[in-house]
Design a protein around this ligand. Sequence first.
Ligand code: ADP
Length: 412
Amino acid sequence: MRARQSSIDANRQRQRPGSRTGHPLKLMSFEQRAELRKRYVRNIPRWRQPVVGYVLCIPLVVRALMTTLSVEHMLHHFYVFGSIEFLAVLFLAIFWGVGPAFSAVLVSTLLLDYFFIATPGKFWVQSWEDAIQLLPFIVAGITIAIITAQRERARLNALAAEHVLESYAQELEVSNQKLDDANQMKDRFLSIASHELKTPITTIRGQAQLILRRLSKQKELSPELESIRSTLARINEQTTRLTLLIDELLDVSSIRTGKMELRKRRCDLRELCSEVVNDQQLLTGRTITLDLPSTPVETHVDSDRLAQVMVNLIGNAVKYSPEGSPVEVHVCQNGEHALISVRDHGSGIDKDQQEHIFESFYRTPDAEASSKRGLGLGLAISKDIVERHRGRIWCESEPGQGSTFFVELPLR
Ligand code: ADP
C-alpha cells in the first residue's frame, strides 16, 4: 500500500515538473516544452513573432552596413568598428528574441568581413590580425544573444510555473467540489437520521410518561410496581436527553442548509429571562440570581429561539461549575443595545480554547475528560441564532475564575 502511494507521489512529481526545485522547465519532457513554447509564441503579439524578426534581419543588417559604409566614407576611419551592426543586433534581440539576433550576428560578421576586412576579391580573412578586428563585434553580439536567451528561458519558466499552478488550482477545485458534495450528503443524512429517530423516541417517551402518570395516581405501589416505576423514570430521563440531542442535530442541520427560520415579534427581555431562569432553577435545583433593570428592555426577536440561547448558556453555567456555587444572570440596556450576561464560578476556559468553543462539535479537553455529557453544539447553535438577530455573543473567562457569557442584541 505504502509502495503504491510512493509511486503515485513520484508520478505526481513527474506531472508537476519542478514543483520542488522552482525550475519547472528543467524537469519537463520534450513534448511538454514544445507545447509550452507554442503557448509562449501564441501569447506574444503578431508583429513580434520570431518569423517577422527573421524576415527583418536581412534588411536591417544591410541598412546598418550601408550606414557604416557611408560613415567610413565621410570620416575615412571608423573608430568603433561594427557598432551600427551591433545596434541592429540589439534591436532584433529586444523585439524578436534570440533566433533573429543570432542570425543578425552571423550575417553582419560575413558582410563586415567581406566589405571591410578580407582582401578584395577574396571572401575570407587571410590573417589572424584581420580576424581579431571582428572579434569585439562577434563577442558583443553573442553576449546579447545569450542574455536574450536567458530572458526567454526565465519567461518560459514563469509560464511553466503558471501552468503548474493552473493544474493545482483545477485539482483543488475538483477536490472542493467533492468535499462540498460529501458535506451536503452528510447534512442530508444528519437531517434524515434525526427525523427518523425522533418519531420512535417520542413514542417511547410518551408511553413511558403515560404509565408513569398512571402509577403516580396509585396510593401505594407493590415492590414490583415500584421497580417498574423507577425503570420507566430512567427511560423517560434518557429519552428526554436523546430528544434534546436530536433537536440539537436537527438545528445544526437546518443552520447548515439555511432552513432555520425566525419568527420575530416584540419581546421584553426581562420577561423572557425571568421565565427561563425560573424554569432552570426548578429543573436543576441550583441558585440562579437574576438582576433586571426597572424599565422594559424591548427587542424584536424570536423569543423561542432566544429562550433556547438562554437555556443553553444557563445550562452550561450550571453544568460546568461546582454544585453549591451560584449562577448570576444580568440584563441591562447599553446605548442602542440590550446586554445579557450569564456568569458562573466554574473552572473557566483557557484563552486559546475560547476562540473554538463556538465551533460545532468542539468541546474543551476539560469537558471531554469530565463526566459532563454534550455534543459541543449548543454554543454553535446559540451563536447562529444571536447573529441572525444581528447581535453578538462572546465569552470572557480566566482559568480558575469562572466564565461570563455575553449576548448583545439591537434594541427595537
Ligand atoms: P456542550 O454540549 O459540550 O456543553 P456547548 O456548545 O454548549 O456544548 O459548549 C461547548 C464547550 O464549551 C463545552 O463542551 C465546554 O467545554 C465549553 N463551555 C461552555 N460553557 C462553559 C462554561 N460556562 N464553563 C466552562 N466551559 C464551558
